[in-house]
Design a protein around this ligand. Structure first.
Ligand code: PHE
Length: 431
């Protein structure tokens, strides 16, 4: 059997948008903007997306398409000894998935609670064992999608869920902007405080957010690129990047007007999605419907991202170890559920904590922040320095001055920026 393929470039673009648009856009981006200088944050964010995120995404597509293989085998084809580095990336993305699924499962639960007109207090919900059931359910949804294959699973759900997500988001934004607190919310969200740009922490926050939100540096885009045969990579990557940014910005435009209308704390940080917003919905007219729509949209975003993460280890088992898709998916699914169990338990009555920090938060820091940067570093160095230059040029359409600039970005700027971000993130915790 030949390698699976997307049915069209559009299918590939939608699946990649599905991967990029996730909890990172709708929940994380707005609160990070709020905490890092409002509108001024858009400057470092745009810089990191355009100068570092986009080139890295193109590099991943180029490696994937030109080798026609997923991370480990692709690395191995560049240099035999790089297979361990490839494996490290696969492990990191699986670990990220293990806790990402826990948050996905909370989203699913909240969508259901609102749809049933039974909003639940976050502490009471996570303190019960109910989250474990939802953890299993969302894991199953991801498992079944990936098991159905590239075209019939991954591409198909993106074709339905991404347009649906956009429609719901536009509706919610339109609704929020007509609320009495809209102006104040938008002002808080977008009015720039440029003095913040002098703070290096704001820049590292922007880099980290950009890489996470675009799903780059983790072999996801490499794997998706390996199912692609032709097409202009710059054009596809640009569409994906712009869509990802627009959705993140729109998410803030729906959230802050609601928060200000209700008069609750806009800087609630991570509590924004599961504590602040639900409390706003509960007080509002049509709040149950709006809440259900919001969490359904968030679930669609999270599901298509989780699917892309699961595809990385699954494709690795298929390419490097000759597994059939169905067996590979089952194996990885079981492993990820086991790995995610401590995170799923960390907010329950069991309170799985290490040094007083919930296991989930620890995973987010260790894998989602540090691990992600390390994986990105490996990818940019292996791809940028060890893949034949002419091969990259062939993939990205020639060797004019744009491609030469691109080469400098990918070989020097991206690794250096990732290194700085890594040091910044390590320092943040100890400093
Ligand atoms: N980009 C996704 C989000 O914004 C998260 C993700 C990270 C997905 C890494 C795949 C790989 O939520």
């Amino acid at each position: 059997m030949g390698r699976e393929e997307w049915s069209s470039t559009l299918g590939f673009i939608l699946a990649s948008i599905g991967s990029a648009v996730g909890i990172g856009n709708i929940w994380r981006f707005p609160y990070i903007v709020g905490a890092n200088g409002g509108g001024a944050f858009l400057v470092p964010y745009l810089v990191s997306v355009l100068l570092f995120g986009l080139p890295l995404m193109m590099l991943e597509f180029a490696i994937g398409r030109s080798t026609g293989m997923s991370v480990v085998s692709a690395f191995q084809s560049l240099r035999q000894r790089f297979s361990a580095a490839g494996l490290a990336i696969v492990v990191i993305v699986s670990l990220i998935l293990s806790y990402y699924l826990v948050i996905t499962s909370w989203v699913l639960a909240y969508a259901l609670f609102f749809a049933l007109n039974r909003p639940v207090d976050f502490g009471a919900f996570t303190g019960s064992y109910l989250p474990l059931i939802f953890f299993l359910l969302s894991g199953l949804a991801v498992f079944l999608t990936v098991r159905s294959g590239v075209r019939e699973g991954i591409e198909k759900i993106a074709r339905y869920l991404i347009p649906a997500l956009v429609v719901i988001l536009l509706f919610l934004v339109a609704f929020s902007l007509t609320e009495p607190g809209a102006l104040e919310g938008v002002r808080f969200y977008l009015s720039p405080d440029y003095s913040k740009l002098a703070d290096p922490a704001v820049w590292t926050a922007a880099f980290g957010q950009a890489f996470f939100s675009l799903s780059v540096g983790m072999g996801v885009m490499l794997t998706y690129g390996s199912y692609l045969k032709r097409g202009d990579l710059f054009r596809s990557a640009s569409i994906i990047v712009v869509a990802d940014m627009l959705i993140a910005i729109l998410a803030g435009l729906m959230i802050f007007p609601l928060v200000f209308t209700a008069g609750v704390d806009p800087a609630a940080g991570v509590n924004l999605a599961f504590v602040t917003l639900p409390s706003v919905f509960v007080e509002m007219q049509f709040g149950m419907v709006l809440g259900a729509l919001f969490f359904l949209m968030l679930f669609a975003a999270a599901l298509t991202s989780a699917v892309s993460m699961l595809e990385v280890p699954v494709a690795t088992l298929m390419d490097s170890y000759g597994y059939q898709r169905k067996r590979a998916t089952l194996l990885v699914f079981a492993a990820v559920m086991l790995l995610g169990f401590p995170s799923a338990l960390s907010y329950t009555a069991l309170k799985l904590e290490i040094f007083g920090t919930p296991f989930l938060d620890l995973s987010d820091y260790a894998f989602g922040t540090i691990g992600l940067i390390v994986a990105g570093l490996i990818l940019s160095i292996v791809g940028g320095w060890y893949m034949d230059r002419t091969r990259i040029y062939t993939e990205i359409g020639g060797c004019g001055w744009q491609q030469r600039v691109y080469m400098v970005l990918i070989r020097y700027c991206v690794p250096i920026i990732l290194l700085i971000t890594l040091l910044g993130s390590l320092f943040q915790v100890t400093g």
